[in-house]
Write a protein that binds this ligand. Structure first.
Ligand SMILES: Nc1nc2c(c(=O)[nH]1)N[C@H]1C(S)=C(S)[C@@H](COP(=O)(O)O)O[C@H]1N2
Ligand SMILES: [Mo]
Length: 333
């Protein structure tokens, strides 16, 4: 295989891996399933090209061109990213947070993007129309098929070996504490700390431009129950029975495009107003009041959305005309 073809294929595969990785984190519905599979297959295809890429790197080293530093850093990051990706999928290491396999996978993945851009700037390869020959398309198809077989083989190994990863959800997350909130991990997005809120002093502010109300906890008697799955981008999920008030009932006939939910910590997310009827402001889980870590006195339950949408320690809900997507795709603090 020519070096040029290998390099172009690797560039395309990196782009696919990044795009599917970001989407898998951003989407919480079952549409994530094929995206996560594509992410894994892209990873195996990158591994499959390693022998050819090694030959290219050897030639480059012999020629003694500039930019070896970047190349070596890039190679190290890709290896770490692939290894931690497989490790996370296997479920063999039960860890959460920045030093978990998934945490390192994301960090080295972000590093790979930076190093790959620097590498391509130093060693540009321009795609040309002639690269789209039928032969090259057949080669690409064979690579994808081979990587797909490797993916299926890996999944088979997890099953045969009885690894925890065999049972992961379509998002790639591993089960942790379902129907047992005491065993469910307490997780913050980035650097939030658990605030201790006194129930009697707590008020929920609901503002919609026309009205501005302030409700005490006694006014939030649960009206609805809902079994829903909290699926953290840190790589775990738990199904629980939540109780609370549906958001559409809570805010009433408010006019606007979105609702902004704010936490006592300053953390917040904006939702489409139309979603209010499928979301809860929960005060109870598993038949008990929320624990401090899980959001006492009230938290959002947003079925079909990843965990970072499930705002804890809610103190304010604002309805206004801002479009829901007018926010960073992932929280920044
Ligand atoms: N106020 C606030 N709410 C938050 C977060 C946060 O950092 N601050 N983290 C979110 C994330 S990333 C997840 S996965 C869930 C975790 O909920 P749990 O700790 O009850 O398991 O809370 C969400 N709600
Ligand atoms: Mo999370």
């Amino acid at each position: 295989m020519s070096g040029r073809r290998t390099n172009l294929a690797l560039m395309a595969l990196l782009a696919v891996a990044v795009a599917t990785g970001v989407l898998a984190w951003g989407i919480g519905t079952s549409a994530t399933g094929p995206i996560v599979v594509a992410h894994g297959v892209a990873g195996f295809a990158i591994v499959a090209l390693a022998p050819w890429k090694t030959a290219i790197a050897r030639r480059g080293l012999r020629r003694g061109r500039q930019g070896h530093g970047t190349s070596i850093v890039l190679a190290g990051l890709v290896v770490a990213c692939v290894v931690t990706g497989l490790l996370h999928a296997s479920g063999l290491v039960d860890a959460r947070g920045p030093t978990s396999p998934l945490g390192i996978h994301v960090a080295t993945g972000l590093g790979t993007i930076v190093a790959a851009i620097a590498h391509v700037v130093q060693r540009p390869v321009k795609p040309r129309a002639v690269d789209l020959t039928r032969r090259n398309l057949v080669r690409a198809g064979a690579l994808a098929a081979g990587a797909g077989v490797a993916f299926i083989g890996f999944e088979g190994l997890l099953r045969v070996g009885g690894a925890r990863g065999a049972e992961r959800r379509f998002t790639g997350s591993h089960e942790a504490g379902s129907l047992d909130p005491g065993r469910m991990p307490v997780t913050q997005w980035f650097d939030d700390t658990v605030p201790l809120i006194e129930g009697p002093a707590w008020r929920l502010r609901i503002a919609d431009g026309a009205r501005d109300r302030s409700l005490p906890l006694e006014r939030l008697t649960p009206e609805h129950g809902m079994r829903a799955t909290l699926d953290c981008t840190g790589g775990w999920f738990a199904e629980q029975d939540w109780e609370g008030i549906r958001l559409d009932r809570l805010i009433g006939a408010a006019d606007g495009r979105s609702l902004f939910v704010v936490s006592a910590t300053g953390y917040g997310r904006r939702f489409p107003l139309d979603d209010a009827s499928s979301m809860l402001l929960a005060t109870r889980v598993g038949g008990d009041v929320l624990s401090v870590g899980h959001g006492f006195p009230a938290r959002i339950v947003a079925p079909g959305r990843r965990g970072f949408w499930w705002v804890k320690w809610v103190t304010e809900i604002r309805v206004d005309d801002t479009p829901w997507w007018w926010q960073p795709p992932f929280p920044v603090t």
